[in-house]
Design a protein around this ligand. Sequence first.
Ligand SMILES: Cc1cc2nc3c(=O)[nH]c(=O)nc-3n(C[C@H](O)[C@H](O)[C@H](O)COP(=O)(O)OP(=O)(O)OC[C@H]3O[C@@H](n4cnc5c(N)ncnc54)[C@H](O)[C@@H]3O)c2cc1C
Length: 495
Amino acid sequence: MNAPAQPRFTLERQRQIVAALDKLLPAGCVLFNEEDTRPYECDGLSAYRQLPMVVALPQNEAQVIDILKTCRDLQVPIVPRGAGTGLSGGAMPIADGVVVSTAKFNKIIKLDPYARTAIVQPGVRNLAISEASAPHGLYYAPDPSSQIACTIGGNVAENSGGVHCLKYGLTVHNVLRVRMITIDGDVVELGGGALDAPGLDLLAVFIGSEGMLGIVTEVTVKLVPKPQLARVIMASFDDVVKGGDAVANVIAAGIIPAGLEMMDKTSSRMVEPFVKAGYDTDAAAILLCESDGMPEEVEEEIARMTEVLKASGATAIAVSQNEAERLKFWSGRKNAFPAAGRISPDYYCMDGTIPRKHLAQVLVRITEMESKYGLRCANVFHAGDGNLHPLILFDANQPGEFERAEAFGADILELCVEVGGTITGEHGVGIEKINSMCVQFSPAEREAFFSVKRAFDTAFLLNPDKAIPSLHRCAEYGKMHVKRGQLKFAELERF
Ligand SMILES: Cc1cc2nc3c(=O)[nH]c(=O)nc-3n(C[C@H](O)[C@H](O)[C@H](O)COP(=O)(O)OP(=O)(O)OC[C@H]3O[C@@H](n4cnc5c(N)ncnc54)[C@H](O)[C@@H]3O)c2cc1C
């Protein structure tokens, strides 16, 4: 793959770009002083940092078009950015690039309770859609744990999931239409108002494309009726293997819970003193297993799930008795990532997906890796989807710990591939898992991904260096390590 080599950062280049963008955007919407650009240096994967050359804050689609055309003409790489909650470095800036933030492009354009749809701008927060729909008895189903902050543009780019996606589907199942702008400034609409749209299903290609194909400017989402009742079971297990097997048993019984999450002892112990969710902190693993729908359906499903969980070896079972208790049970799970900060100076959140039947086996192997790398790992994850989130705990101030955490994470991802899974669940590839793409995909497959990128991004300027590794990069895999946020071989020509 040979894309044009990009000019690197110089003050003269920065002045040129700022002058060009200042003509397009209102005052205060082009940032370039270090104190203004510093907040954009990383996303949720804070171990990897890079100060951007410039940050642009468009407020409408016309401004996005102008920015893209200008950057194409000046050959400036672009990194789209929503709320920056991504966990794989997808929104991490490029030294000689422009970050295009949608923070000011955040209105709900139309909410249609009869069609059960909402048309929103990319910077609208995920939770804000459900809050606006609530008076109509509706909500937007995909619910990443970051939903209070993350944007719909970021959700589309990452094909985000959440606790309730087992039953209601991922972003790709809940978005009808995306309007986006290519690097050439062309407006493209993918999908439509109905369930299916004529032509190739490019909407599905675009969702999950990590800001590499175009900038999202408008999204039509589906809204679903709020269930009349939801109840959650909290089941304890004295062995993670039994807990993992219980997950497979629930699904094998023909039940699709509204949520099926697992936390190991390290996770429940780190979160319980902080949230006081009532977790059994002596259990080796706890499962949260939700049912929602009409009250009669819920009662029947809760009874069936209880039976399966007991038969799978649950040592204790508690069922939420009211909405406040249900939210309390979930609050621990939803706050698990921040709670990791209570027991460790740093944590590295991995994200891979495996077939559910291998959950128990993989959890045992991760425990073995804890000894191998001399680091603790807390497991809190979307068990029903087989989507693992091992939180590797480390201290970046201790020499070598970050490198060991990285190697531990890469080992987990290779294990996911080994058991027939994938290196990404819902957090994307970004910069974090780009080397692991070399393990999962052949050169021919990676070249096919590049061909898709070239078809949308003719100038190869949209979020380059992310998600798809070049041949060159894969050849370096093994030798190439990110050290304290710096690429060891940063001088390598792009692609
Ligand atoms: C505590 C915590 C919990 C989380 N829980 C979950 C979870 O349960 N499920 C889950 O899926 N994820 C989860 N995440 C990850 C993250 O919140 C999601 O990936 C989310 O979709 C990112 O949205 P964002 O607006 O923050 O996007 P950003 O982080 O700003 O960007 C993410 C990617 O999207 C691209 N992008 C952003 N906006 C646009 C746009 N308008 N057009 C084109 N590309 C764009 C960026 O270039 C980047 O590649 C969690 C993160 C945290 C910190």
